[in-house]
Ligand binder design. Structure first.
Ligand SMILES: Cc1ncc(COP(=O)(O)O)c(C=O)c1O
Length: 408
């Protein structure tokens, strides 16, 4: 263990000795890149020519009228190439992999968005690519598995443990330990051992930097509050980064699942059954039992279904720098339905957690207030879950018909 990368008691790097040199190399390449002004401008150029940056900040006129309170703006990370904010981190780490001269990338994925983004980056930069994904997530995010494989990645379904994101992370670390010389592990969120929380936040900070500029142009003032969903914490850290020195309230929204008292949720920062521990190489709030064994988590959104959370956000919780809330599965489906009907936008189930909370609070604010919600991704990937939630009979019939065709 070495003691860099602490956020007042959270974070750190609890590593097997064999990985120390690899982490030292990563940290040194990252530090050099960060202090090179050409690196950030090169990164912005890649993101503007290959992805869709700057992503727009959309005024949600109909939702604003509907709630009659704060003016609601939506930061459109769904318009990134591959449909989510994950591209920001992945392309940035890809540039670091080029600097390190490595030829292979591996990643974990939950919703599949980070896996698709990594497979896309690997195809573009010419790296070999292996993606670890819990077998449960393979099942619920099948379209993304299809795309990862078509993009040239090997997708390994992880059948250990509870077969979700945390198990995929464990498997990716196992691979890395055996292949450090050729391989970089593209961790997908602001978690894990130092320097990942800082590095992922650095690349995702492009969201907040743009959003701050855009809201000042649109409204001539700062927002009252900004909302982002919290899985591992990368899109939240990205948006929050733009407003850290401003009088703006930062609101992170976790997966309340079937309710915080149900035991079926993935809320580490606002549920009473989470506690501080060390796992997967870092110290933070985890959903764990009194022996330190990880608990099962639940969320309608695969990308929020994780036991740990960014150590930086744990630090923000302790210091009151940000406020944390949870939205339930049911509230999330209602928020998706309303956003589609009122604005013609389809937020990912993950993002819809932030929408649901903002919708609760917007009517209590005045028409002078401005809020920004981060639409971290688009909901196309969630078609199976959303169709089930709406109980759409025509969709069900279509799937049954398709399955019958495959049987012939
Ligand atoms: C669209 C989308 N939003 C949010 C998340 C949660 O990740 P994070 O908290 O790192 O932003 C995911 C994770 O897969 C995602 O796909």
């Amino acid at each position: 263990m070495y003691k860099r990368g602490y956020y007042q008691g959270f974070g750190g790097a609890f590593l097997p000795e064999i990985l120390t040199a690899t982490f030292d190399q990563l940290e040194s390449v990252f530090e050099t890149a960060k202090s090179d002004p050409q690196f950030w401008s090169g990164y912005e150029k890649v993101m503007s020519t290959y992805s869709c940056r700057p992503t727009p900040l959309t005024f949600a006129e109909n939702l604003t009228r509907h709630f009659g309170g704060a003016r609601i703006y939506i930061k459109r990370e769904d318009l990134n190439h591959t449909g989510a904010h994950k591209a920001n981190n992945v392309m940035g780490q890809g540039l670091l992999v080029q600097r390190m001269g490595k030829t292979r990338v591996i990643a974990e994925t939950g919703a599949g968005q980070h896996g698709v983004a990594t497979a896309t980056m690997a195809a573009r930069f010419g790296f070999d690519c292996t993606i670890y994904m819990g077998a449960v997530d393979v099942e619920r995010q099948r379209p993304n598995v299809f795309w990862m494989e078509r993009l040239g990645a090997t997708v390994v379904p992880v059948t250990n443990g509870t077969r979700i994101l945390k198990d995929a992370i464990n498997e990716a670390f196992r691979d890395w330990v055996s292949n450090m010389d050729s391989t970089h592990y593209v961790l997908g969120t602001a978690c894990g051992p130092h320097p990942f929380p800082e590095m992922v936040t650095y690349f995702q900070s492009i969201i907040g930097q743009e959003a701050r500029r855009q809201i000042l142009t649109a409204e001539g003032r700062l927002p009252t509050r900004v909302y982002a969903c919290v899985g591992g914490g990368s899109n939240a850290m990205g948006l929050f980064s733009g407003f850290l020195n401003d009088p703006v309230e930062l609101v992170g929204v976790e997966a309340g699942g079937k309710g915080l008292d149900s035991g079926a949720h993935a809320s580490r920062l606002c549920a009473s059954d989470a506690s501080v521990g060390v796992a997967q190489g870092y110290k933070t709030y985890f959903l764990q039992n009194s022996d330190g064994q990880m608990k099962e988590t639940h969320s309608i959104a695969a990308g929020l279904d994780y036991v740990g959370v960014s150590p930086i956000l744990s630090h923000f919780k302790e210091t009151g720098k940000a406020r944390f809330e949870a939205s339930t599965d049911r509230e999330v489906i209602e928020a998706v339905a309303l956003t589609m009907r009122k604005e013609g936008l389809i937020p990912a189930l993950e993002s819809a957690h932030a929408f649901a909370r903002a919708f609760k609070e917007a009517p209590q604010l005045s028409t002078e207030d401005v809020i920004i919600i981060n639409q971290s991704g688009r909901g196309d990937k969630d078609i199976f879950t959303i169709a089930d939630a709406f109980g759409d009979p025509a969709w069900k019939e279509f799937i049954i018909h398709k399955a019958e065709q495959y049987k012939q």
